[in-house]
Design a protein around this ligand. Structure first.
Ligand code: DGL
Length: 284
């Protein structure tokens, strides 16, 4: 889509027939999509995974910027009214550039450090941010922490392997417990009050983490805040789909796409959404 064409398209198409675009390197953004399906039941969505290049978290910023731009071009083959970059890594690298290029609303994600620091303001506990190596290396992350953390109470831990486990839909308890125990072995967990899941793939493992972490530790991720912001932006721009009329049963529909055009992966995305939605219903 060329800059400036957005308003004309919105005028031409009925707002309700336009989709909300979701983008991630792989399956991670499904944890955010699941929240959007619950909070915005009248909307239709298109979800794009960059299967040609997942994972992003271990690549260079230049590589990721190119991959994100190319993937967004592919999403634009669908008519979208807004784009959610359901990926902390892609947001930190590409959101600013994309906003310069496109007129439609672009909602990005960043690790939920601010609410985590707020939660521990009075109890003296620390915050542990789990994210990809690339997110944690970005100057934007350092700037976010120094903006919200005036007591130096935030630590971070990159978990690149967790993205791979997720891409394989590997939920093997023993393997995952060993993995987390090994990664967390050098941390004294008693001094932490909140663990931030700063990569959208990680909430698939909330339940396992919940079991492993001491019960006083709260787990947070950015999906609720992101969907709240999406709803607010759509509402401000009069882009929310109208409520379904009484008697109609249509629910938000998701079209899954991936950059490798791989049918098996499309099936995997549908399966991942089912697994996550079920998991959320049971545990949270
Ligand atoms: N899901 C992504 C994030 O939120 C990226 C994971 C990856 O591709 O390494 O950071």
């Amino acid at each position: 889509m060329v800059p400036g064409r957005f308003n004309t398209i919105v005028e031409r198409k009925k707002v309700s027939s336009l989709k909300i675009g979701f983008f991630d390197s792989g399956l991670g953004g499904i944890t955010v999509l699941s929240e959007a399906l619950r909070r915005l039941p009248n909307e239709n969505f298109v979800y794009m995974a960059d299967t040609l290049h997942v994972p992003y978290g271990t690549k260079t910023p230049q590589e990721v910027l190119g991959y994100v731009k190319a993937s967004v071009q592919m999403i634009l083959k669908e008519d979208i009214k807004a784009l959610v970059i359901a990926c902390n890594t892609a947001t930190s690298i590409a959101a600013a550039e994309l906003r310069k290029e496109y007129k439609f609303p672009i909602i990005g994600m960043e690790p939920a450090v601010k609410p985590a620091v707020e939660m521990n303001r009075t109890n003296g506990k620390r915050v542990l941010v789990l994210a990809t190596p690339l997110t944690l290396k970005q100057s934007g992350y350092a700037a976010l922490v120094s903006r919200v953390d005036d007591h130096g109470s935030v630590d971070s831990l990159p978990l690149p392997e967790l993205v791979q486990y997720c891409e394989q839909l590997n939920f093997d308890r023993t393997e995952l417990c060993n993995y987390f125990s090994h990664k967390l072995s050098s941390f004294n967990l008693d001094i932490y009050g909140t663990v931030v899941l700063g990569c959208t793939h990680y909430p698939f493992y909330k339940e396992i983490l919940r079991e492993l972490l001491p019960s006083h530790i709260q787990l947070i991720d950015g999906s609720q805040g992101t969907v709240r912001r999406l709803k607010q932006v759509l509402s401000e721009r009069n882009l929310l789909a109208s409520p379904i009329k009484t008697g109609q049963t249509q629910e938000g529909h998701v079209t899954f796409r991936c950059t490798s055009q791989d049918k098996a992966y499309v099936h995997k995305m549908e399966r991942a959404l089912e697994i996550y939605a079920e998991h959320e219903k049971i545990y949270f």
